[in-house]
Design a protein around this ligand. Structure first.
Ligand code: BDR
Ligand code: CA
Length: 314
């Protein structure tokens, strides 16, 4: 096998975050250096605990998990219990975590790891608000040129927003952080709503995961059945969009996705469009490309990958 890709997942679990983590844990191509947590879907006290519960579920109790920012850089925290439930991880009943919480702050772990690993060797996959990543870049600007790539879930352009008409949740929660990360010069791959809204769970896809029959697969199916109900009621869809695992799936099988290099700017001034990702998809400006923006995926291949990999976990 080619050398394993070093990865730090920055997350606010979240059922779809949980699936992203589990997909990564099940994938030998990835060398997961740690999990950093941030306030987002629910407050930090819950996201760090949820991340540790997911490590337990997968039997990864040695995975280093760090707590990071408990609020956005410059705004009050907005959460999404209406989607994810009061725990952030409603659906299965998971016991209190045994995976320990590391003492170091997530931002310091990010900085120290990027500095100590080979230049350009570490991928960061942020699947929550970008607060920790922006804080790390503020505190240690030298890491910008050492980060291999950022593969993040957030934003939307043709699909508009999901928390306001203009903004996707992760960017809306901390637009200042997003603006700083997109301006940092780090290679970024962006999974906006335009692609994640094509990654719909559907009853048949969730049933295929449940049919694996393992503890992890049943817990995932329980999570998805809870999580789907919000989108089914809101959009009348069969299932809900599995946003965050698109990042990990892209690292494993980039050929199932398509997109283009674009300029992306983040709205931080207007109340009406706060957190909007202004994607120059049609290349109508000469602003420099700062992200590879994904627009489509082969959803059957995506769910086949997730189902096959989840079957490897206990
Ligand atoms: C994003 O917001 C969160 O609710 C999900 O976990 C995902 O990261 C989708 O807009
Ligand atoms: Ca998330």
């Amino acid at each position: 096998m080619a050398s394993r890709q070093k990865l730090i997942i920055d997350t606010d679990p979240g059922q779809d975050d949980a699936v992203a983590m589990l997909l990564a844990f099940a994938s030998p191509e990835l060398d997961i250096l740690g999990i950093t947590t941030v306030a987002g879907n629910v407050p930090l006290a819950l996201t760090q605990e949820n991340a540790r519960k997911i490590c337990d579920l997968a039997g990864c109790v040695d995975m280093p998990v760090f707590a990071g920012a408990d609020e956005p850089l410059a705004r009050r925290l907005v959460t999404a219990e209406h989607v994810h439930g009061s725990t952030g991880l409603d659906g299965p009943v998971l016991p209190p975590p045994t995976t320990p919480l590391q003492e170091a702050h997530a931002v310091d772990f990010l900085i120290d790891t990027i500095r100590s690993e080979d230049n350009g060797s570490v991928t960061i996959a942020p699947i929550g608000p970008l607060t920790n990543i922006a804080m790390a870049l503020r505190k240690a600007p030298d890491i910008a040129e050492r980060i291999g790539q950022i593969v993040m879930m957030g934003g939307g352009y043709f699909e508009g927003g999901n928390i306001t008409p203009a903004a996707e949740f992760n960017i809306y929660v901390d637009p200042q952080a997003a603006a700083e990360v997109f301006a940092a010069g780090v290679p970024i791959t962006m999974m906006p709503l335009d692609v994640t809204h094509k990654a719909m769970t559907t009853a048949a896809r969730t049933a295929a995961i449940r049919a694996i029959g393992s503890k992890t697969a049943i817990a995932v199916a329980d999570m998805l059945e809870f999580y789907e109900r919000f989108d089914e009621e809101k959009y009348g869809s069969d299932g809900g969009p599995l946003h965050d695992p698109c990042t990990i799936a892209w690292m494993l099988e980039p050929e199932i996705f398509s997109g283009r290099h674009c300029n992306v700017e983040i709205e931080t001034g207007s109340d009406l469009t706060m957190g909007m990702t202004v994607v120059d998809w049609w290349q109508v400006t000469d602003r420099p490309h700062n992200a590879f923006v994904v627009g489509d995926l082969d959803a059957d291949a995506f769910f086949r990958l997730i189902t096959d990999r989840l079957a490897r976990l206990p």
